[in-house]
Design a protein around this ligand. Structure first.
Ligand SMILES: Nc1ncnc2c1ncn2[C@@H]1O[C@H](COP(=O)(O)OP(=O)(O)OP(=O)(O)O)[C@@H](O)[C@H]1O
Length: 264
């Protein structure tokens, strides 16, 4: 359902400090696959998600979603099919609008209903039910401005907003990295529940090797803009963090400089 063919992206190509962020990277996702992506600092993980969502255009290669060549589509057009949650809880929601208004905006995605839709009465019930499923009590705070929510509450809300209209593809870019460990675990479990409930095809970038193996159905590892490991099935089930560290060193030809991959 998602096919990334020989994707390349270099930043500042004419400068001495040019950065090859993606180097001829190919990756295919089947419907319903939940991939976790791990890699060293600057490996190109965010650039990959940015090219898929349309924040950056690649220099070469193709991105095919559901048979549509979206490589050069503008970001707003892709957002009808792609939901995204960022690392920063301040992104993804409008802090000066209420929870309900934020959800109405997300729910209106892809529908022609004006820029700032009001909330319809039958939608309030739906939003309350959906919020109740998060188990954070947000259904009782539906008229409160999002700016008053904690980081974890905002990430849970952003996750709900990204999935309230079922996306064809869900992109999660270290969406729990800025949260305290207990809240991060809670949001990760919510993520798993939502992905399973809607059978969403998902790419989750994480800096944490244990999480990369614990969540999802397949794990890929990136280094210098390339994929250096791609595991699923029994190979992944039998994988440990220690083995993953050793495979990273073997395949990348370097040790792990990024402590976050081991800690966290
Ligand atoms: N907008 C940009 N302008 C210039 N260089 C960029 C830009 N975005 C990313 N890069 C560079 O491209 C390379 C890949 O960056 P990217 O953010 O994709 O890596 P990452 O794997 O997400 O890293 P991290 O885990 O450290 O966030 C890095 O060398 C980075 O400095």
């Amino acid at each position: 359902m998602l096919e990334i063919r020989e994707l390349s992206k270099t930043f500042a190509p004419d400068k001495v400090n040019k950065e090859i962020a993606l180097d001829n990277l190919s990756l295919t996702l089947e419907e319903g696959e939940f991939i976790t992506v791990i890699g060293s600092n600057g490996a190109g993980k965010s650039t990959l998600l940015n090219c898929i969502s349309g924040v950056h255009l690649p220099d070469a290669g193709r991105i095919i979603l559901d048979g549509m060549d979206i490589t050069f589509w503008p970001e707003y057009k892709r957002s009808r099919y792609i939901g995204r949650v960022f690392q920063d809880p301040l992104l993804g929601t409008a802090f000066d609008m209420t929870i309900e208004e934020n959800l109405a905006m997300a729910y209106a995605k892809g529908k022609t209903r004006g820029l700032l839709p009001g909330v319809r009465r039958n939608e309030t019930r739906l939003f309350r039910d959906k919020l109740a499923e998060l188990g954070l009590g947000l259904e009782d705070r539906i008229r409160q401005k999002v700016g008053f929510l904690s980081g974890g509450e905002r990430q849970a809300l952003t996750l709900l907003m990204a999935t309230i209209v079922r996306p064809r593809l869900l992109l999660l870019d270290e969406h729990t990295a800025a949260l305290d460990p207990a809240t991060a675990q809670r949001v990760l479990k919510l993520t798993r529940d939502i992905v399973l409930e809607h059978q969403l095809t998902t790419i989750m970038v994480t800096h944490n090797m244990r999480e990369a193996l614990e969540y999802g159905t397949r794990t890929v590892m990136m280094h210098n803009g390339r994929l250096i490991l791609d595991i699923a099935g029994p190979e992944r089930e039998n994988m440990t963090v220690e083995k993953l560290v050793s495979l990273f060193s073997q395949r990348s030809g370097s040790g792990i400089e990024n402590d976050r991959m081991l800690l966290g």
